[in-house]
Design a protein around this ligand. Structure first.
Ligand code: SF4
Length: 393
């Protein structure tokens, strides 16, 4: 907030919608494409490049310093290193320059879609950070999740990424999975820590409507009890702190200085362009900012971009109160940084406690902490973050 025009950096998200097969809990925009052909990946990469250049031209963003590129999905590691190299080159070439440290270029990967050779290829293509979806280090839980890899394969993938040259590796785990005990979870967290990644993301399973898991588990008692899920999160908070990780966002931990730069852009409400099937974009101008999002259909996306350079399905301009609420909710997710009262006031003309009187009660209950006009979530507030955010509404 407060940085104007071309000094403002930009992030680019590229959505790769292909997966080996659809996981039963997943509602991301992805399609099962086990035998992705060279022609299909080439056509999709062409569309991404075309869409990006038309957004940059339409919005006048070419002079912005590029801070981050993020290949998300889906399973971006299904693309061949040569295609990733072409995409990285195109994104870098589309902007006049990068941030002084050079852009952080992240790629999500699944353990069973990588090998040392492929990882070396991604590294040489310019990817600087790899985020591996481990989900669990327990084969029974992996089978419940319908994952195509084993715990052993996940550990190997991590070692292969190191061997390929990556010195910034993130690993993800899921908790609250049907049949998962607190002990199962503890073992997975301990196994992850043994590997020593730079970054760790821990996500609680949510039953998303329209998924197989929703049908299977919605009205059953087969999910772990709420108290056990809370204990899993708290156990991770304690264990990761003892291991020296900074709990910088509700679901994210990092070695000091290794926080994910791209994702931090979302929480700080900084500009990003999202290209690809179902991708979202946000620009903080004019006024309170606006977002747009693409069609979730692969066919419509390819068709739209080839005909008119875009495949936008919807857009919205934010009102002042919507922008304030987003700043509050996303800012509080960053547990260390929280909401800076002065920055908030500079943008909205009011301090956060004035704009959200509910924050006073939340402070009183020990869910939020305040230092002058700055606000942060407490550890208790982080555990109960959903209800804190609801009360803010
Ligand atoms: S691999 Fe990831 S994106 Fe693909 S279906 Fe599974 S959870 Fe969803």
């Amino acid at each position: 907030m407060g940085v104007q025009g071309e000094e403002r950096t930009i992030g680019v998200y590229l959505h790769i919608p292909f997966c080996l097969r659809k996981c039963p809990y997943c509602d991301f925009k992805s399609v099962a494409k086990p035998g992705l052909t060279e022609a299909e990946e080439g056509a999709y990469a062409d569309a991404l490049i075309k869409e990006l250049s038309s957004v940059i031209e339409r919005e006048g963003l070419s002079q912005r310093p590029l801070e981050t590129v993020y290949f998300g999905g889906g399973t971006p590691a299904l693309l061949s290193p040569s295609v990733i190299k072409r995409l990285v080159g195109s994104v870098r070439g589309a902007f006049a320059g990068c941030c002084p440290k050079g852009p952080e270029i992240t790629m999500e990967a699944n353990p069973d879609t990588v090998s040392v050779e492929r990882l070396k290829g991604f590294y040489e293509a310019g990817v600087t950070r790899i985020s591996i979806g481990v989900q669990s280090l327990n084969d029974r839980i992996l089978a419940t999740l319908g994952r195509t890899h084993t715990a052993g394969r996940a550990v190997e993938a991590f070692k292969e990424a190191r061997e390929a040259g990556f010195d910034n590796i993130g690993l993800d785990l899921m908790f609250g999975v049907p049949g998962q005990s607190v002990e199962d979870w503890e073992e997975s967290v301990a196994g992850l820590l043994k590997l020593g990644p730079e970054h760790i993301s821990l996500y609680g399973l949510t039953l998303e409507e329209g998924t197989e898991f929703f049908k299977l588990y919605k009205d059953t008692k087969r999910l772990p009890h709420e108290d056990d899920v809370t204990e899993m999160y708290e156990l991770a908070v304690r264990t990761l702190k003892d291991a020296g990780y900074v709990h910088y966002e509700i679901s994210n931990w990092a070695r000091p200085g290794m926080e994910a730069v791209h994702n931090s852009r979302y929480w700080r409400i900084e500009d990003y362009i999202g290209c690809g099937v179902g991708a979202h974009s946000f620009l903080s101008f004019p006024e309170w900012g606006r977002r747009w999002w693409n069609t979730p259909s692969l066919e419509e996306y390819i068709e739209g971009v080839s005909v008119k350079g875009s495949a936008i399905k919807g857009d919205e301009s934010l009102a002042r109160n919507e922008s304030m609420l987003e700043s509050m909710v996303l800012g509080l997710r960053m547990l260390e940084r929280g909401i800076r009262g002065d920055c908030f006031r500079e943008r909205f003309g009011t301090y956060p406690k004035e704009a959200f009187p509910a924050s006073l009660a939340l402070i009183g209950e020990g869910l939020m902490a305040s230092k002058g006009e700055d606000l942060t979530l407490t550890r208790k507030g982080a555990v109960l973050s959903d209800s804190v955010f609801l009360r803010m509404l």
